[in-house]
Every structure is written in C-alpha cells, then in structure tokens.
Design a protein around this ligand. Structure first.
Ligand code: SF4
Length: 338
C-alpha cells in the first residue's frame, strides 16, 4: 500500500480556512508540497472531465470549510440501529483506500480528498441534535466515517482522536468510526470512551486480494481489532459487503471459523452482515466510467433507487451466513441488511 505521504503533491486550500489549526498542521507537515490557494473547494473537486481512478493513484488534498448541512439522516443502506436518531456527517470527502465496491467512485467527480477543517461546526450541529432528538428516550448515533476512512488518516491529521475526545464529553451520543485501517496504535493512548464504537470491516483474504487491495491486509486489520479489544474499546465487526464469489459459502464460513479462533468474540458489541448494494445512480456512473471491476457486470436487481443482489439470493445467503455466525455469537448481536 502506498504511503499517504507519497500522495498530495498539490495541496489546495480555501483562502477562508487559512487560520484553522488543521490547516496549520497540514501546512507544517507538507511544507515541501505545492500549496495552491483557492476560493472554493468545488472549483477543484467538481471540475468536469476528471478521471476518478487515475486521480486515486496520486491523490491531492483539498482543505475547505464545510457549510450546512452538517448532519445527514442515515442512509437506508446501513443496518438499523435501535433508535431513529441515526445520522452521518462528512468531516472528509473520499477515502485514501479504493475498494472496488465502494460507492464513493460513483458519488464524487474527483478522486482527490477533501478535509473540512471547521470541525467545531460539525460538532455544534450534533450538540443541537442532542438537544432535540427525534426520540428522546433513545441515544443519538452519528457515523463520522461514512464517506471516508477516518482512522486511516490518523498519522496525518488527528481526526479520529478529535471525535473520540468530543464523544467523551457527551451523554446520549454514540459515535461510530468505521475503518479498514491498522492504525489503532495512533489512538491507543486515549482513554477508552464507551460511547465510541470502533467498527472494522473485515473480509476473507480472497476478497481482500481481489477487491480491497489498497487497504491494509486482513492480518493487519485483525491485529488492530485485537489491540482495540485488549484495551477495552467497544468493537463492531462489519462483514459488509459480503460478495457472492464462487464458493462464497465455504469462503465465508472458513473465514469466520478462523477469525473467531483469534478474536475474543464475547467482547464484541455486535457484527453486521450485508451483501453488495449501491445507489442506482452511483452504480450507473461507475459503469459509465468503464470500470474494470467484474462486480459491475453481474446480474443484480433494481429495487427503487438501489441496485442489489436479487432478493431471493441475498436472503438465502444472509440466512445461511447468519446461522453460521450464530455458532459464535448470539443472534441478537448479528445485525443484517436485507
Ligand atoms: S475503505 Fe470504505 S470508504 Fe474507503 S474505499 Fe474502501 S469501502 Fe470506500
């Protein structure tokens, strides 16, 4: 995997964020790089005629100021939490990894990374939501790593650290940080915050090799999971997307068997399970961009605005995998997107 430091030959910075601490940090860290001052991030990020995939091989960094909305209702693509107060925010647009099944390829016109440095505005928006939840009897859940992999950037910008510290000061708030990163050591000095869920996406080795090759290898992710569990963090494992490759049942059940030999399963708060699915517009855009990935040339069904493995096939697959996972975990700890 290419070091993040090898990217960012150009750093674009909105003039109005010159004085933010994160801007200062980036400018010091990348003092050798070419800094270009811009009026608005969209002037760069939304330019027409960009090639997402070629930009991903050498990403540039854009620092910008987020404007409202700061918080979005959670997509129906994510698993249900036991509360209607579920949201995500976007401290960063795009990801340093480039999984072949990732919806970001169809969502954004650019492969470059945007970091919004006005973190306080995003946090204030959550404070306001906490004061006026949809269901006051239930906690508010915010995913802060939905359109990115926040922990993967921790050696460059301490964004995960900042969100963990913020969550530690709040009641009735659960922050979920989803990742494929091995960088748990970058936050291991932090006190464990029980209302922060560190969620690792894990896949069988064959899936990592074929579709997640820019992310850390499985064994590094498992090591990070074990470190987080050893420190006492709430940890979720995400088996999502399950990809129905040849012999998928054997591939996934053998993966689970090996994994639960290594992981202290009783310490997990839960696991999530879901098959490949994607917003139809993103899917079509990825196809139009001539993706080489075989994932986009399979037989899916279109349900409303979602492209997904057809219902009969996915219900059957998820049922079988859930039953197998039930050998290791109680059924109430296995959350499924159907
Ligand atoms: S780690 Fe997640 S956000 Fe990043 S490319 Fe892979 S699927 Fe997308």
């Amino acid at each position: 995997m290419k070091s993040l430091q090898n990217n960012f030959s150009h750093i674009y910075i909105e003039k109005n964020v010159a004085r933010y601490p994160l801007t200062d940090l980036v400018m010091k860290k990348f003092s050798e790089r070419k800094i270009i001052w811009i009026d608005h991030y969209k002037d760069i990020f939304n330019r027409v005629g960009q090639d997402f995939q070629s930009q991903k091989t050498s990403m540039n960094l854009i620092l910008a100021k987020k404007t409202p909305p700061f918080l979005y209702p959670a997509s129906d693509m994510v698993q249900e939490f036991d509360t209607p107060n579920v949201f995500y925010n976007t401290p960063v647009l795009n990801c340093i990894y480039n999984c072949e099944y990732c919806f970001l390829q169809g969502m954004y016109p650019s492969g470059n990374l945007v970091v919004f440095v006005n973190e306080d505005d995003l946090k204030n928006a959550i404070d306001m939501k906490l004061n006026d939840p949809i269901d006051p009897l239930k906690p508010t859940v915010v995913s802060v790593s939905y359109n990115t992999d926040l922990l993967a950037m921790e050696n460059i910008m301490p964004l995960t650290r900042s969100w963990v510290e913020y969550a530690g000061t709040k009641k009735d708030l659960i922050i979920e940080i989803r990742t494929k990163s091995a960088l748990f050591p970058a936050i291991k000095d932090l006190d464990v915050i029980k209302n922060v869920i560190l969620s690792w996406t894990l896949s069988p080795q064959i899936i990592c090799d074929r579709y997640e090759y820019t992310a850390p290898p499985l064994k590094s992710r498992i090591r990070a999971v074990k470190q987080a569990l050893d420190h006492g963090w709430p940890v979720r494992l995400c088996f999502d997307p399950v990809l129905l490759v040849d012999n998928w049942y054997e591939v996934y059940t053998e993966f689970f068997n090996q994994l639960f030999l290594e992981i202290q399963k009783d310490q997990l708060i839960d696991v999530t399970l879901g098959v490949f699915r994607m917003n139809k517009d993103y899917y079509n855009r990825i196809r139009k961009r001539d993706t080489k990935s075989d994932l986009y040339y399979r037989d899916y069904s279109v349900e409303g605005n979602t492209v997904a493995v057809n219902k009969k096939e996915r219900v059957d697959a998820l049922h079988k995998l859930r039953s197998h996972l039930n050998n290791f975990l109680p059924i109430k700890k296995i959350l499924v997107w159907k």
